[in-house]
Design a protein around this ligand. Structure first.
Ligand code: ADP
Length: 231
């Protein structure tokens, strides 16, 4: 693959919801490209369409018009099953709440995304190495209830990385953490972004988290622009 080509590109993306016959345009003519090793933040007021945009980027939804290309491959013809396979292989997700299974250990939680598809015999070793990397090598067999909030979120980050995704999407990843925990998790996301040469997209309300990313985009009135360039 051409390394200068974006991992993900959105071209002229629009999204209109049609509720009860009344069309509501939420996103209009969005253009965005994310390259390997790049980090970017998306900020904007509640209701401006951040979740809608993240659902499109994460291949959880399809646009009304425009094209999405992932690692050079157009996704228009993909049905839901094909998108799910692609998503599981290529995109890692971190959310505001960790969504770890309470009855499973850290290691078992991390391996959940590897259970679909072809068996991956190297996954447990990779999980242990990643747990070590995020400072949790001594917490392999702990359950979420035995971990602090910051530790749970680090386990969730490792779970997002276990399939070695090209793109990591984080939706308010620090929203449930203390100020100190938020700074530490932001540091970790940026370090992993560089070490794994992934793209990193963070949706956040926290200006200090957004400011740490390479580029900050503002979503306003359905349009996306680099911060400072808003109309
Ligand atoms: P944000 O994440 O920035 O708070 P959302 O993407 O959740 O914003 O929502 C953007 C707008 O789209 C809101 O006005 C919301 O009411 C509307 N919206 C979101 N999902 C749907 C849906 N499934 N059907 C109709 N309208 C929706």
């Amino acid at each position: 693959m051409d390394n200068s080509a974006p991992i993900l590109s959105l071209s002229n993306i629009s999204k209109t919801y049609d509720s009860d016959g009344t069309p509501t345009a939420v996103l209009e003519d969005i253009n965005l490209a994310v390259h390997a090793g790049e980090s970017l933040a998306i900020v904007g007021p509640s209701g401006c369409g951040k979740s809608t945009l993240l659902n499109l980027i994460g291949l959880l939804d399809t646009p009304t018009s425009g094209t999405i290309t992932f690692q050079g491959e157009g996704l228009e013809g993909f049905d839901e099953t094909a998108r799910a396979v692609f998503r599981n292989r290529s995109i890692g997700f971190v959310f505001q709440l960790h969504h770890l299974l309470p009855q499973c250990t850290a290691l078992e939680n991390i391996l959940v995304p590897t259970l679909a598809g072809t068996p991956d015999p190297e996954a447990p070793e990779r999980a242990r190495q990643l747990l070590d990397r995020v400072g949790l090598g001594h917490r392999v067999n702990h359950r979420p209830g035995q971990l602090s909030g910051g530790e749970r979120q680090r386990v969730a980050v490792v779970r997002a990385l276990i399939n070695q995704p090209a793109l990591l999407l984080a939706d308010e990843p620090t929203g449930a953490l203390s100020e100190e925990g938020s700074g530490a998790l932001t540091d970790l996301l940026l370090e992993l972004n560089a070490e794994h040469n992934m793209g990193l997209i963070v949706v956040t309300h926290a200006p200090d988290v957004a400011a740490r990313m390479g580029t900050v985009y503002t979503l306003k009135s359905g349009r996306l622009s680099p911060q400072g360039d808003e109309a």
